[in-house]
Design a protein around this ligand. Structure first.
Ligand SMILES: Cc1ncc(COP(=O)(O)O)c(C=O)c1O
Length: 393
């Protein structure tokens, strides 16, 4: 088999998180490692009703091939929601329905990147984006994340000194870092990018899951001419349908549609129709409120447990929404080593390493709080606190 694979795929490592999740399938392990929405909150019966309804009402129509752009009714629903919730003007024709926002990342890489092109990513950054863009062989410029967004001086230097094609960011409830960009930082980034060819890829799968603080305007609102916005139903309805979307201006959209056609003709049409029926008949706002309340109290339990059981000099982010919290151990303590000891104590998390480009043995780690109940969270954080404490002695 030697020599049969493309350089493109050979150079991209397997997802480290998938390897870690394999270790955590053991049910006796308390896992803060996953990045999954809480299945107990999935609207199972409502999806069943919506599925029967689209078949009863539309029959074979919803089982046929459809347009590459995606179901117009669903694109209209998304456009209307941007208007009513965020006061952003989006035309349904500016929306492409994708197989999750993950496909949006791949299509953007395919559409925009040539080998060696300069891409700014956050450090730490979303692993799925690093993996998706890596296939197009860019030169990554990782910029450290602070509590309010990327380090602005380093960001400015990168944009001024290189021909940065893409700046990829998760400005709300970052995965993995748990932070959100402040308005000041959003504006400062927009000022630096304005007038350049840099496209901000604003990946926003968690934006609706806010349980604290106040909403900040989207880059798509502040600087629409330079922004492509990604959204998803994975965290507000269910991930299994694989339905997300890209919002982009016309000239980018035309190319994305070509990439989409070449990739899969169109996103699962039956799934789009079921989601649309669900959104039509059922209050998504009530559902999102339920998720927010649940994740908000799960986050509080985790923060309280960290306060109680972690050594006092451990730093961690206190997210205002989303599903993740980011821990920084003292300098020199390897999160991978802590992971190996934690697994022996039957508790798991994701060591920070895979969220960096070419960094190993880092002292950071990601904790997910959306899938564990109060007792599990307390017990798991207590055990983790003991492991960390023993490392510091
Ligand atoms: C920041 C970020 N972007 C994109 C995705 C992919 O989401 P989707 O299910 O819409 O493909 C995830 C999933 O965890 C994510 O955390």
């Amino acid at each position: 088999m030697h020599g049969i694979f493309s350089d493109r795929i050979t150079d991209v490592p397997r997802s480290f998180i998938r390897e870690i999740l394999k270790v955590t399938v053991d049910e006796s392990i308390i896992s803060f490692a996953g990045g999954l929405p809480n299945r107990d909150l999935f609207p199972v019966n409502e999806i069943k009703t919506a599925t029967n309804k689209v078949l009863d009402l539309f029959g074979s129509d919803v089982l046929q091939y459809s347009s590459s752009e995606g179901f117009l009714g669903l694109r209209e629903w998304i456009a209307k929601r941007y208007k009513t919730k965020k006061n952003i003007d989006v035309d349904p024709d500016d929306i492409l329905i994708t197989a999750g926002s993950q496909q949006g990342l791949d299509l953007l890489g395919k559409t925009i990147l040539n080998d060696g092109d300069d891409v700014v990513i956050e450090e730490p950054g979303y692993l799925g984006a690093i993996q998706a863009f890596s296939l197009y062989k860019p030169t990554f410029h990782p910029i450290p994340l602070e509590n309010d967004g990327v380090d602005i001086k380093k960001f400015e230097k990168a944009v001024r000194n290189h021909n940065i094609k893409l700046f990829y960011c998760v400005p709300n409830f970052h995965n993995p870092a748990g932070i959100s960009y402040t308005l000041e930082k959003r504006k400062a980034i927009a000022d630096i990018v304005r007038g350049t060819n840099t496209i901000i890829i604003e990946d926003d799968p968690y934006g609706e899951l806010r349980f604290l603080g106040s909403e900040q305007p989207s880059f798509y609102k502040i600087i629409p001419e330079n922004t492509v916005l990604l959204g998803s139903f994975s965290k507000i309805v269910v991930p299994s349908f694989r339905i997300g979307w890209i919002v982009a201006r016309k000239e980018v959209m035309e190319k994305l549609i070509i990439a989409k056609q070449a990739s899969d003709l169109h996103t699962n049409y039956f799934g789009q129709r079921i989601i649309h029926q669900l959104l039509t008949d059922y209050s998504i706002d009530d559902h999102i409120e339920t998720i927010r309340k649940a994740y908000g109290s799960q986050r509080d339990v985790m923060v309280e447990a960290i306060e109680a059981y972690f050594p006092k000099d451990i730093q961690y982010t206190k997210p205002e929404g989303g599903m993740f919290l980011w821990v920084t151990l003292p300098e020199g303590v390897s999160a991978v080593q802590v992971f190996n000891e934690a697994i022996a104590r039957k508790v798991a998390f994701v060591p920070g390493d895979p969220f960096y480009i070419n960094k190993k043995g880092v002292n950071t780690l990601r904790l997910n709080f959306s899938c564990t109940n109060e007792d599990m969270t307390r017990q798991g954080i207590q055990r983790l606190g003991e492991v960390i404490t023993s490392r510091l002695i």
